[in-house]
Design a protein around this ligand. Structure first.
Ligand code: GDP
Length: 612
């Protein structure tokens, strides 16, 4: 059965703007979307809100209904055909999608909990919006939580505010001022939308309650006004196809399908299409274009409505062969009569290759896995800033093969044998394998959480490494004997630290240099305890032990060294530096602990020990 397309024709040559909702977890993104979806007009009826693939479509009739409380005099103009809101709130990966340099998301709603102010993910969202030059408004949500707030359902915000007690109005103002200040600190000018005289320079704040619906009419009216007046050139309807893969999904009976957002142009059944694939470009033919069955048609067997063609802006499911390895976030191109398939494929693959090009797969680094091209790009950019090396990347859920690939790092650099997963599922078997191989899998939907987990993990590995190598890693020091308290193993000496740092665990030696011969090294034993002013200490720096430090050395193994005969008080003592000990100190686990002066001293001691 063929149904007519459900979207409306372009109006005034404008298409429907695409809107994303983002912000910190629990600020009310989902509830806000739910409130927006609540409508007086039934789905499927003319003017009704329609559920699409990955998005909800609000035709202009439903928007007119929604904005009634703030448009009593009918002054608002409605020039756009409708509004397409992406369904997965907080889908940073979508906000980060770009097509030919401009963000696919035309306008965004950044949700901030008015009771909490800015939270970590708010900052991340702001960064993303700014990087992509995406215009946005702020919903200051949960105003009904202000103590003593009296809700008037679905009301315009200003009217609701006027009806509150003075104390509540004051508290509201205080909270808004504080949030404006916090936004200033992030480099953003902001003002309540009804006090904002410079929409181009100040971000508008719309107080809302997803619970009572207050302020939602204001929010919708502002979105309409902003998209119409300030960005009409960005939402011009053009026949050039602009289409992006949101998600790759396996559907029973359909196989691998792609959910796409068609932001401009027309997509038709039978179109030859090109998309990015993980193993190379995918060139295939559209077998079916599907949207969900309207709610009232649920009796119908099929869950989907088929379309011969679909016009932007729309969320659509595309069925075709060979979609298994499609990359979420990829652009989708249609091969026109004049086009060369291969050329289009090259152009598309460049998006992915640009990203992969910055990765040194032969070096050491972490493995990274993200949900889409967009989220991968955001994550890679962040890791670059944090100076975390990346050796391998992938897009999509984590499977066993990804863990296997990561496992090659266990031998090269154990501290990097880990998977940072951003906004992706980890397959059960993959998790079990990682456990078995000792590969850490960090999974998060917030980039900075991944970073924190990585840093904590790395510190732990370094600590382990330091413990394991504490025998080999010898810090340089030079000692002068002041007194000998016990001359046989365990030798106990009073010493002065002439240079470097004397630490517990360090092997102490004396070196006899006869010109023309190899230096003769006499081992006195390892430092088992250090005492300064009768108090045990872990380490003593040069010049620190004014009255000297008592050092106890244990050689073990029936050492016959006698202090006073084989080594005397006039002999300089050193920590035992070798080629291995120097290498151990160069390892990342120790490198940061070795002071510049100590490297200088090591260079001097290399001569003493005859290390070339
Ligand atoms: P998300 O993580 O940003 O999608 O947040 P949700 O929409 O899941 O909301 C998180 C919690 O806050 C839920 O318990 C909601 O019921 C509640 N909530 C969301 N918006 C409001 C609001 O405006 N007022 C009140 N009182 N609660 C809200």
């Amino acid at each position: 059965p063929e149904a007519t397309p459900v979207e409306s024709e372009p109006v005034n040559n404008l298409r429907s703007p695409i809107c994303c909702i983002l912000g910190h977890v629990d600020t009310g993104k989902t509830k806000l979307l739910d409130n927006l979806r609540r409508s007086h007009v039934q789905e499927g009826e003319a003017g009704g809100i329609t559920q699409q693939i990955g998005a909800t479509y609000f035709p202009i009739e439903s928007i007119k209904q929604k904005t009634k409380p703030v448009n009593k005099k009918g002054k608002l103009e409605f020039n756009i055909p409708g509004l397409l809101i992406i369904d997965t709130p907080g889908h940073e990966s979508f906000t980060n999608l770009r097509s030919r340099g401009t963000s696919l998301c035309n306008i965004a709603i950044l949700v901030i909990d008015i009771m909490h102010g800015l939270e970590p993910q708010t900052m991340e969202s702001i960064r993303l919006l700014r990087d992509n030059k995406t215009p946005f408004v702020v919903a200051l949500n949960k105003v009904d939580r202000l103590y003593g707030w009296h809700s008037i359902k679905e009301n315009g915000f200003q009217d609701s505010l006027l009806k509150q007690k003075k104390a509540i109005q004051r508290e509201f103002r205080d909270r808004v001022d504080s949030i404006i200040l916090q936004l200033n600190e992030q480099g953003l000018n902001a003002a309540l939308y009804f006090e904002n005289k410079q929409m181009g320079r100040y971000v508008s704040l719309v107080p809302t309650s997803a619970q009572s619906g207050e302020g939602v009419p204001d929010l919708v009216a502002l979105l309409v006004a902003l998209t119409q007046t300030r960005m009409s050139d960005r939402i011009k309807y053009i026949s050039t196809l602009e289409c992006t893969v949101l998600e790759v999904k396996v559907v029973e009976g359909l196989g691998a399908t792609i959910d796409v957002i068609l932001s401009n142009g027309v997509l038709r059944e039978g179109d030859r299409i090109v998309i990015c694939g993980m193993g190379g470009p995918i060139i295939t033919t559209v077998r079916a274009l599907l949207t969900p069955q309207p709610m009232k048609e649920m009796r119908v067997k099929s869950a989907y409505v088929h379309h011969k063609e679909i016009r932007a802006a729309m969320g659509v499911k595309v069925c075709a062969n060979d979609l298994e390895k499609a990359v979420a976030g990829s652009r989708l191109l249609v091969v026109g009569p004049e086009d060369d398939e291969e050329e289009l494929a090259d152009e598309l693959m460049a998006d992915l290759e640009d990203l992969l090009g910055s990765i040194d797969t032969s070096g050491v680094g972490v493995s990274v896995q993200a949900s889409t091209l967009g989220s991968l790009e955001a994550l890679l950019e962040f890791l670059k800033q944090m100076k975390i090396p990346v050796a391998s990347v992938n897009i999509g859920p984590v499977y066993k093969k990804d863990v296997m690939k990561c496992a090659t790092m266990l031998e090269k650099a154990k501290e990097y044998a880990l998977l940072l997963c951003f906004d992706v599922k980890v397959d059960h078997d993959a998790e079990a394998l990682a456990d078995q191989l000792g590969i850490k899998v960090f999974s998060a939907n917030v980039i900075y959480h991944l970073f924190d987990a990585f840093t904590a993990h790395q510190n732990k590995i370094m600590e382990q490494k330091r413990e394991e190598n504490s025998d080999v890693a010898v810090f340089p020091c030079v000692l002068k004997t002041i007194a000998a308290f016990n001359k046989r193993d365990p030798i106990i000496l009073g010493v002065d630290v002439v240079d470097g740092v004397l630490r517990k665990g360090t092997p102490i030696v004396s070196v006899k240099n006869v010109p023309g011969e190899e230096p003769q090294i006499i081992e006195l034993g390892r430092v088992v305890s250090l005492e300064m002013n009768h108090k045990p200490v872990e380490r003593v720096k040069k010049g620190q032990a004014g009255g000297g430090v008592a050092m106890k050395l244990e050689a073990g193994g029936g050492s016959q060294i006698l202090f006073g005969r084989h080594v005397t008080e006039s002999d300089t003592l050193y920590s035992h530096i070798t080629r291995e000990s120097i290498n151990a100190l160069k390892d990342p686990a120790f490198r940061n602990e070795v002071h510049r002066d100590e490297w200088q001293l090591i260079i001097q001691l290399k001569k003493v020990f005859g290390i070339i």
